[in-house]
Every structure is written in structure tokens, then in C-alpha cells.
Design a protein around this ligand. Structure first.
Ligand code: PLP
Length: 366
């Protein structure tokens, strides 16, 4: 059997996927020894169900909802799709301009609410759009490319005053900043296991009490009829174990990354209110793809915000929506994983500074 390629020395692409936390690995290994379908009534089924219900308790406590209002899914994309299908039924769909494709692509008739230069949604524009009839609003808690945190609680108040519902894509926020359905006043929330150090293939759609709508996947009536299909018990166990680990404060390391970027002639975009692990760095005049490849060759993995599934780098719709013009094709995302070290920082600093020294031209106007 051929060996898998070894991991790069410095992994700074946590917003794509976090390294697996050891607690998640241990929980999955234990759960994989349990044979049983959680829908089965016999002892084996009950053992599998116990694992799921323990996980449900953890997720409920961590994200501020009732256990009965958790729907386990395959991840963030599915959670967003279920929410838009159920809560958006018979409603207009209003989405922030910097939403992830999981939301942007869910319905072709979505109306887009603009953002400011930091990527924060324009609440006055949202209030105006809400006057047009019953709506579902989708807003992310934190942006995947810039880390910008949205004024979700304010948006929730506006929505409810207008009789609208609010679905929050908390995929990048969960596990990094406080993420609480009740505290935010949202009607539903999407979270994803692999973005917080659990395995890919699990996630959750969390609902406020008495919230719902038609199911997208009927199947065998699992998850109280809201998402059919046999659940991946081991992945859910790993998801909950990862979610239960307190967030590490990465803001000191983030600041150090920002100092490296600005010291080398780069520009940090996205405003002050951002995820503690995320830096979106524009190197004026240098294509994002060139930066990615240069850093990769130096053993540092970062991403351009807009890497397509094809692996190509497109202009970032997020940076475009922020009005950054040509810079929308010149930004890379440095996202610190939970296990980032000072040695990672040193390697990044050397690679970025050398790259900027070789490639950067005088900053052009954005
Ligand atoms: N929402 C946001 C903000 C994301 O960043 C992502 C993934 O990058 C998703 C949704 C999709 O999540 P998943 O990969 O679990 O389907």
C-alpha cells in the first residue's frame, strides 16, 4: 500500500478544516467499537443511541439550544440547505453579500444585502429589504475568508420586528467565539464538526423552540422527521468531543501574523472585529494564486478565500463585495489552527517576508 503524502510542516488553513483534536479521535475510536443502529430497539441499538444522545447533550449545552431541537447532519452545507428549505418555505430569501456558497447557491432567487468595507452587513439596507414581505434572512456569524463578525443580534431584532426569520451560518464561529442560539436570538444555526476539530461528515442544524418547516430529506423519519438517514454515530461522537473542548485564545498569535504581513508591505483587511484565528492579507499587485504557490513551496499552507472545488483560485466574492476592487484577486487567508505554535509563526514570517521582498510592487489603489 502506498504511503499517504506527509502533512506540510506549517498548516495555517484551519478555516478549510481544523486538525483533528485528540479528544475527537478517542471518542470516535470508542464509538466505532459499538455495533448498532440507533433506531434499533435492541440492546445494540440502545448502545448506539446512548452515544448519540450523550453527544446531543454536549451540543445543546455548547450552543444554547434544547436537545430536542438539534438535527444532526453531514456538515455545514447540509445544515444551511435544510434551514433554507424548511424556514424559507413560502418566504423571500435575503442573504448577506459575503455569505458562503453553501447559502449563496441554495436558492437562485436570493436577494443580496450589501456589506461595508469591513464586510459587515448594512443593517439599514436589511431593514429596508425586510419591508418587502415575509422573509428568511441568512447571515453568517463569522466570515470564512476575513473572519469578520456580523452584527447578528442586531439583525435578529430587526428580523423579528418585521416578522422575518433569521438563520445563522455559524460554521466558522463555532468553537472559536461564543456561539449561542438563544443569546443571538436566531431562529436556527448551522455548525460543522470539521471546522472545530472533529471529523468531516458531521454537523448540526440547531433550532429555536417550535421552529420548523418541511423536511428536505424524509427517509426513515430520523431526527424527529427532520432529517432522514442512519446517522454516523462515530462521527457524531467525535463532533461532540471536539465541541466540548474550550477554545484556545489565538489572538496573540494572530496579532503577530498581522505584524508580519504589514511589516512586509501587505494589508490586513476585514476590520477589527474578527475571529481570533483569521487574517486576510492582501499583497498589492501579487495574484493570490502566486502567493499560495510561493508559500506552499516554502512549506506553509494557507488559502485564497475563494479556492474552488477544482482547486483553482477565483476572485473573491467576499473581497469584491467589500469594494476592494483589484485586491479581490490578491488576498490570501491565514487561519490559525487550534494547535498552532510559535514555530509555525516563525516559518510563516520567514516565508511571507521573503515572498513579499521578491514579488510585491508598490501598492496600487484598491
Ligand atoms: N459555511 C461557511 C461559513 C463555511 O466556511 C463552510 C465551509 O467552508 C460551510 C458553510 C460549509 O461547511 P461544510 O464544509 O461542513 O459543508
Amino acid at each position: 500500500m502506498s504511503q499517504p503524502p506527509s502533512s506540510p510542516a506549517t498548516y495555517l488553513d484551519a478555516n478549510a478544516t481544523e486538525p483533528l483534536r485528540p479528544q475527537a479521535r478517542a471518542a470516535m475510536l470508542a464509538a466505532m467499537d459499538v455495533t448498532g443502529n440507533p433506531s434499533s430497539v435492541h440492546a445494540a441499538g440502545r448502545a448506539a443511541r446512548r452515544i448519540m444522545e450523550d453527544a446531543r447533550d454536549v451540543i445543546a449545552a455548547r450552543f444554547g439550544c434544547a436537545t430536542a431541537d438539534i438535527v444532526f447532519t453531514s456538515g455545514g452545507t447540509e445544515s444551511d440547505a435544510l434551514a433554507i428549505h424548511a424556514l424559507g418555505h413560502g418566504r423571500r430569501l435575503l442573504i448577506g453579500a459575503t455569505e458562503h456558497d453553501a447559502v449563496r447557491m441554495a436558492r437562485p432567487d436570493a436577494e443580496v444585502i450589501p456589506v461595508d468595507g469591513h464586510g459587515r452587513v448594512d443593517l439599514a439596507a436589511l431593514a429596508r429589504a425586510l419591508q418587502g414581505g415575509p422573509a428568511l434572512v441568512c447571515l453568517m456569524l463569522a466570515n470564512n475568508e476575513t473572519g469578520t463578525i456580523q452584527p447578528v443580534a442586531e439583525a435578529a431584532a430587526l428580523c423579528h420586528r418585521a416578522g422575518a426569520l433569521l438563520h445563522v451560518d455559524a460554521v466558522q464561529a463555532a468553537g472559536r467565539i461564543p456561539t449561542d442560539l438563544r443569546g443571538l436570538g436566531a431562529d436556527s444555526l448551522a455548525v460543522s464538526s470539521h471546522k472545530l476539530g472533529g471529523p468531516a461528515g458531521a454537523g448540526a442544524w440547531l433550532l429555536a423552540p417550535a421552529t420548523g418547516g418541511p423536511a428536505l430529506i424524509m427517509g426513515g423519519g430520523q431526527e424527529r422527521g427532520r432529517r432522514g438517514g442512519t446517522p454516523p454515530v462515530a462521527a457524531i461522537a467525535g463532533f461532540a468531543a471536539a465541541a466540548d473542548v474550550p477554545a484556545r485564545d489565538l489572538s496573540g498569535l494572530r496579532l503577530a501574523v498581522e505584524q508580519v504581513v504589514t511589516g512586509a508591505g501587505g494589508v490586513v483587511v476585514g476590520g477589527a472585529d474578527r475571529l481570533p484565528n483569521t487574517v486576510c492579507a492582501v499583497l498589492p499587485g501579487v495574484a493570490a494564486q502566486t502567493q499560495l504557490i510561493t508559500l506552499d513551496m516554502a512549506g506553509v499552507s494557507v488559502s485564497a478565500g475563494a479556492a474552488c472545488s477544482s482547486g483553482k483560485v477565483a476572485r473573491s466574492h467576499v473581497l469584491q463585495a467589500m469594494g476592494l476592487g483589484a485586491w479581490a484577486g490578491q488576498g490570501v487567508r491565514i487561519s490559525l489552527p487550534w494547535n498552532a505554535t510559535e514555530a509555525d509563526l516563525a516559518r510563516f514570517a520567514a516565508a511571507y517576508t521573503a515572498m513579499a521582498g521578491r514579488l510585491a510592487r508598490a501598492p496600487a489603489a484598491a
